[in-house]
Design a protein around this ligand. Structure first.
Ligand code: PLZ
Length: 445
């Protein structure tokens, strides 16, 4: 790796060079595009980000679950350099190329289910979700789409409609796309009657609401993140996802798994659906698929994906050759290093440390997630589950000041999430966890 895998603080965080850039940012970049940590990055590799002041930060965010194979992973860099020198763009819809086909072959091989599959490639997760809905409506001839509380599916108009949280994603940006309906998620920690009854009650509410408010015969698809990401790393109560998928199947409703954040080894399997024993009709992927290059996929049953008329799906850049080359290199890296296995190891390193934190601080209300997609939910105290966004922000800030990049999430802004690159070494991970522990001390002092 080109960057020593070591934390190094030379200045305060952010340092003077970052602050100067940030001033320019405020004058040049829309205020609507905000930054969680105004530290400007110059180089990065593996699990370390190097800023313009020469500070080296430990990365527990991976650019929101993107650089799973590490930042500037060797194979990805080489593949991109080769491809960019060969050709940068033709538009697959004009004159195609092998790399696009190869990524779709990999998606068919790696996504759940042995059935015949087809894929289409796009630039962003939101675009993949939009196209999943297009395909579902076209293939079923139905309009309605059902999404869950706490869902996040993107920022375009249709995906804003699917996303649950108003601030900051939707507020002031409506009106939103129609025929989108919302149902409760089986969120064990906050289920009113407790976690044991969560799956049964949430499933009953789901089927009743779809039946009475939407009508099964009008419903094209149900879309679900098998572990909800931006909404708070909510792991649905055991069995809930499978029951929803089976019920959809009984009613001719397509089950779409949005695996944009959970996919490509992040949760300890290639896809989180595998853990649930679910074979989605359609599956959306992005983020971790290409080691940092913009690439997204929609993969589904051949008869659904092929139901669309020729020319009905596409876009100028979708499946750009450079992004595809990166994707193929990232997938090869995941296979060769068994990064799904590594994600499970990361969970084994994190869990006891997070449990120790929960034992020490009553404000750690819940520890959840799977593989290298883990989080803690912070609350007021031992007997008070009121969301504690203030402490969440304070701990996050204290981590940042010590050179650990952490991210928050959650409908109530009270979840700290951990998404390290899957190649980050044990030493780096445990140093990051030490910093987290100290940050709790600082924030609660
Ligand atoms: N579906 C499950 O997690 C992206 C959003 C960051 P794009 N999540 C990070 C932000 O605040 O914009 C995401 C996701 C799931 C869809 C998306 C959308 O993917 O590549 O950001 O469009």
């Amino acid at each position: 790796m080109t960057v020593e895998q070591q934390r190094l603080l030379r200045t305060a965080i952010p340092g003077p060079a970052s602050l100067a850039l940030h001033e320019r940012k405020q004058k040049a970049v829309s205020a609507g595009v905000s930054t969680g940590l105004p530290v400007y990055i110059e180089r990065a590799a593996g699990g370390i980000l190097v800023d313009v002041d020469g500070n080296q930060l430990i990365d527990f965010g991976a650019g929101i679950a993107v650089t799973s194979v590490g930042n500037s992973a060797t194979r990805v860099v080489e593949a991109v350099q080769r491809q960019v020198a060969d050709f940068t763009h033709t538009c697959f819809m004009v004159t195609p190329y092998a790399e696009y086909v190869e990524v779709c072959e990999q998606l068919a091989e790696l996504t759940p289910g042995e059935h015949e599959k087809r894929s289409a490639l796009f630039n962003s997760g939101a675009e993949a979700v939009e196209n999943a809905i297009k395909v579902a409506r076209h293939a079923t001839g139905r309009d309605a789409v059902v999404a869950f509380d706490h869902a996040y599916h993107g920022r375009t108009n249709l995906t804003m409609a699917l996303t649950a949280k108003s601030m900051p994603y939707k507020a002031g940006f409506g009106p939103f796309a129609g025929e989108v309906y919302r149902v409760p998620m089986a969120y064990p920690y906050r289920w009113p009657t407790g976690p044991e009854s969560c799956a049964d009650e949430a499933f009953a509410t789901f089927t009743t609401q779809v039946h009475t408010q939407v009508g099964e015969e009008n419903t094209a698809a149900v879309i679900l993140e098998p572990i909800q990401g931006e909404g708070g790393f909510i792991v649905p109560a055991p069995g809930f996802v499978k029951r929803v998928a089976d019920w959809c199947h009984e009613h001719g409703i397509l089950f779409i798994a949005d695996e944009i954040q959970t996919g490509f080894c992040r949760t300890g399997d290639w896809f989180a659906s595998e853990h649930e024993g679910v074979v989605p009709d359609l599956i959306t992927t992005a983020k971790g698929i290409a080691g940092g290059l913009p690439l997204a996929g929609l993969t589904g049953r051949a008869e659904l994906m092929d139901a669309v008329h020729a020319g009905g799906l596409g876009g100028t850049y979708g499946g750009n050759p450079v992004a595809c080359a990166a994707g193929l290199a990232a997938i090869e890296t995941m296979k060769e290093l068994d990064l799904a296995g590594r994600a499970r190891e990361i969970e084994a390193i994190f869990r006891p440390r997070l449990e120790a934190l929960a034992a020490k601080y009553d404000q750690v209300g819940d520890i959840r997630g799977r593989g290298a997609m883990l989080a803690i939910e912070l609350v007021a105290g031992a007997d008070d589950t009121t969301p504690n966004a203030a402490l969440t922000a304070a701990v996050n800030r204290a981590c940042h000041q010590e050179g650990l990049v952490t991210l928050t999430c959650g409908t109530f802004g009270n979840v700290i999430r951990f998404l390290p690159p899957l190649v980050a070494g044990d030493g780096l991970l445990s140093e990051g966890l030490d910093i987290l522990d100290e940050a709790f001390g600082t924030a609660t002092a």
